[in-house]
Design a protein around this ligand. Sequence first.
Ligand SMILES: Nc1ncnc2c1ncn2[C@@H]1O[C@H](COP(=O)(O)OP(=O)(O)OP(=O)(O)O)[C@@H](O)[C@H]1O
Ligand SMILES: [Mg+2]
Length: 245
Amino acid sequence: MRYINVENLTFYYDREPVLENISYHVDSGEFVTLTGENGAAKSTLIKTTLGILKPKKGKITISSKNNRGEKLRIAYLPQQVASFNAGFPSSVHEFVMSGRYPRQGWFKKMGAHDLEHVKAALDSVGMWDYRDKRIGELSGGQKQRIAIARMFASDPDLFILDEPTTGMDDVSSSDFYQLMHHAAHKHGKAVLMVTHDPEEVKDFADRNIHLLKDKNGKFACFDLHTDRDRVLQEEQEELEEKANV
Ligand SMILES: Nc1ncnc2c1ncn2[C@@H]1O[C@H](COP(=O)(O)OP(=O)(O)OP(=O)(O)O)[C@@H](O)[C@H]1O
Ligand SMILES: [Mg+2]
């Protein structure tokens, strides 16, 4: 089932075009990565898709229902979420529990089912043993992991993740990719994840979307290709061209 459908999206910051004529989609049951060099407008594409930024042109459709006919739940993990306030007063457990509140309402009591979800979420990122710590006492990578746990606790249908493993070690990162692969393939979730290292996720992801600089355009426009091999070949040719200059 199609969860995200973007057609001919063009986005400008002031008068500067950053995304030009972008079309892509993400379906339930697939783990899709989004790559491109620094400044290729990956974060901008995600924010425009979510409606946080307004496109100049194009059509963005996000399904209102999940594949079971219920209201679609979306989780968005912004880039560098780990930089959130180090003085945050709550404990790790409270913070991850707050991921359940949108469903529960702030003042409803947590049921056993909610608490199980919170434990499973903390276990999945190896942070259950840290549940009574204050957030300010955690390292950057640990903060990133509890932000991920909070997102799991909310049990979304569509995950939109902007470089979610920043600051995490290789083992934690690949455990996370494995979890996202499992969520897509076994539970019909959809995952759109920005990554700067497509090599690291190639065994887990189903498809890659790559943002490329438009070579002919006057402005720094970017083009979208979904055919990874063609993109890699173009990049290779570009490098060879540069080497010959
Ligand atoms: N608020 C803003 N106002 C004006 N220009 C911006 C703004 N945010 C980003 N840009 C510019 O838009 C372009 C795309 O930025 P964006 O953050 O989307 O790239 P990115 O691919 O996510 O980069 P990175 O890999 O560094 O995270 C960059 O040239 C950036 O300087
Ligand atoms: Mg970014």
